[in-house]
Design a protein around this ligand. Structure first.
Ligand SMILES: [Zn+2]
Length: 403
């Protein structure tokens, strides 16, 4: 999502640079953020070439002064469903006055998505990606899952791949209505013809493993889907433990999934499993969903205190959270989930990068991708302090995105 540079640009006037680099000389490593005051960053060919105090910056072809603002690693949104058409705002309004979410409304998006043209879908995804970038997100994972037939799942992934390398096949999002009384036939389709057609466009496979929804998949069905994806060379992700206690976390850890997402209802054993698997499986928390479905928030404090790896992501989707805003997610994580601002920022950068098994993003250090986000503020704390104010934007050569 970063425009490639051919010349070296030095960014100066950085009042506070959050690097997340635990080894950077001269940085304040309080809460591991590796913060530098009066810093400079040199960027060349889309990569970071140098990081340090402005007074020691090497010469570059171009100079860009950010005017006393803070710069942080671009947000990594490791969970989104951006390929969809249609409008479900009425469902949101109904939920706010008491209706419960059970995964059933997905069929509404499936019908609208199947009916849209390629160009319509592409324009919708482009607008959503631009909206994310304007709010500071520089890497986004995009799932399919509103096609739910071979042709429309392939099409969703082909379009998603135009915007990101982090594409996820989610044919096992829900059982589509036309297969409601033929579940096993649908699972056979997902792991057969659909997987074969989608795998060339997908990096990951995901499944909505949720016994509390009649539309989602059981432990055994999820195991079949994930195992087939693994055999096809895809990395594993799981939607689990969203609506109640269940097998999602256990299965994700057992199969070595990179991420298990939601983690709202966890037993003691689930937390222990995630802590023991902290090098492999990240617990990705999506508090925008709990906000938008008026549900209890996941217990991030308990996971961190146990030693689990956590990430924060948007889950931007038409049903349960149509917000693309990581700053909103960060504000919820601090206000409602008892994370410190530093812990929340780490989870939406280093944590979410880890959930994508990436170490070239999330940390501002020489050699990494030049994915920088600028804040119209002197410190990263303003992300939380000024909740709801659009101060964050991805930094591109020439200025802030979307301004
Ligand atoms: Zn999701």
């Amino acid at each position: 999502m970063t425009r490639e540079l051919t010349t070296a640009t030095v960014f100066t006037g950085i009042a506070e640079l959050v690097t997340n680099d635990g080894l950077l000389d001269g940085a304040d490593h309080c809460e591991h953020l590796g913060r530098l005051s009066d810093a400079a960053v040199v960027v060349q060919d889309g990569r970071i070439a140098w990081v340090g105090p402005a007074s020691q910056a090497p010469p570059a072809d171009e100079l860009q002064d950010v005017g006393g603002r803070a710069v942080i690693p671009g947000f990594v949104d490791s969970h989104s469903h951006l390929v969809f058409a249609g409008d479900r705002s009425q469902e949101f309004a109904a939920r706010m006055t008491g209706a419960r979410y059970d995964g059933g409304g997905i069929a509404t998006s499936v019908n609208a998505t199947r009916a849209a043209s390629d160009d319509q879908l592409r324009a919708l995804v482009a607008a959503r990606v631009a909206e994310m970038r304007a709010q500071g997100t520089t890497t986004v994972e995009i799932k399919s899952g509103y096609g739910l037939n071979v042709q429309d799942e392939v099409r969703s992934l082909r379009i998603a791949a135009e915007f990101t390398t982090e594409t996820t096949f989610l044919g096992a999002h829900v059982v589509p209505p036309e297969f409601a009384d033929r579940r096993s036939e649908y699972v056979d389709l997902v792991v057969g013809e659909m997987l074969s057609a989608c795998a060339p466009y997908a990096h990951w496979i995901d499944v909505f493993c949720e016994p509390h929804s009649a539309h989602a998949f059981t432990e055994e069905e999820a195991r079949v889907v994930l195992s087939a994806g693994q055999d096809a060379g895809l990395g594993l992700r799981v939607h689990g433990n969203q609506l109640g206690h269940g097998p999602g976390v256990r299965l994700a850890v057992e199969l070595g999934a990179a991420s298990v997402d939601h983690c709202t209802f966890l037993t003691v054993e689930d937390v222990e499993n995630l802590a023991a698997a902290s090098d492999t499986t990240v617990a990705t928390l999506l508090p925008g969903v709990e906000f938008s479905t008026r549900s209890p928030y996941p217990d991030a404090r308990r996971l961190l205190d146990a030693g689990a790896s956590i990430a924060l992501a948007s889950d931007c989707n038409p049903g349960t959270c149509y917000s693309s805003s990581i700053p909103f997610v960060l504000a919820l994580a601090v206000r409602e989930m008892s994370l410190t601002p530093a812990e929340a920022l780490l989870a939406a950068t280093v944590g979410s990068a880890k959930s994508l098994r990436r170490n070239d993003i999330g940390v501002i250090r020489a050699g990494n991708r030049a994915d920088l986000t600028v804040l119209d503020a002197p410190s990263y704390l303003h992300l939380f302090y000024r909740a709801g104010v659009p101060i964050a934007g991805a930094l591109s050569p020439g200025g802030r995105h979307g301004r």
